[in-house]
Design a protein around this ligand. Structure first.
Ligand code: ZN
Length: 167
C-alpha cells in the first residue's frame, strides 16, 4: 500500500458517471466483474481490486467499494481522472434496477454530491460521454439525476417538517 498517498490525489471529481453491468448475473456479481476487469488489465486499486468503477451496487442493494473516491477509475474514456463512477449490476436494456439498488444509489449520490459540491447537472449515464447504451435503454438520460433529486427532496422535506416557527 506504499503508493496509496500518490494514487489518492489522482482524481478530481467533477462528474458522476452511472453504469449498468450489462451482464446476465452470477448474483452477486462483484467477483465476476473483478475477473473481467483483471483480464482487461485494469490497474489494481488501493483497496486491492481491478474493478474499474469506484462502487458496484448489487441487485439486493449491497454497496461494494472497489476504489477510493480520489483514486482514478477506468470506466469512461476521457473521464478517468475527473469523475466518480458507480455500476449497478444488471442489464437495463432488458429490465429496470431493483428498488433496493435505486435506494442505495440515491444515498450514494447524495453522499457524493454533498461531499464534492456536485449537483444533478453533474450526474450522467455513461452514454453521455462514450458511444454506448450504458446505463441501459430502459432508463432515461436524466433518471440518475432524478433519483438524486427525489432523495434530496424527501430529505429536505423531513428537515422542514421538523421546523417549529412559533415565535
Ligand atoms: Zn458503462
Amino acid at each position: 500500500m506504499g503508493a496509496t498517498m500518490e494514487t489518492k490525489m489522482e482524481n478530481d471529481p467533477k462528474y458522476i458517471v452511472v453504469h449498468h453491468s450489462a451482464a446476465v448475473s452470477p448474483d452477486p456479481q462483484f467477483a465476476a466483474i473483478e475477473k473481467w476487469h483483471a483480464a482487461r488489465g485494469f490497474p489494481i486499486s488501493s483497496l486491492g481490486f481491478h474493478v474499474g468503477y469506484h462502487v458496484v451496487i448489487e441487485k439486493d442493494g449491497e454497496l461494494v467499494r472497489a476504489r477510493e473516491d480520489l483514486e482514478r477509475d477506468t470506466d469512461a474514456l476521457g473521464h478517468n481522472f475527473d469523475s466518480l463512477s458507480v455500476c449497478l449490476v444488471g442489464n437495463f436494456d432488458a429490465y429496470k434496477p431493483t428498488p433496493a439498488q435505486v435506494a442505495t444509489l440515491a444515498t450514494l449520490l447524495s453522499e457524493w454530491c454533498n461531499k464534492y459540491a456536485l449537483g444533478p447537472d453533474d450526474i450522467f449515464p455513461h452514454r453521455h460521454f462514450n458511444a454506448t447504451h450504458c446505463y441501459g435503454t430502459k432508463l432515461a438520460d436524466n433518471w440518475a439525476a432524478y433519483t438524486f433529486l427525489r432523495h434530496e427532496y424527501d430529505r429536505l422535506r423531513g428537515i422542514i417538517g421538523d421546523f417549529d416557527l412559533q415565535p
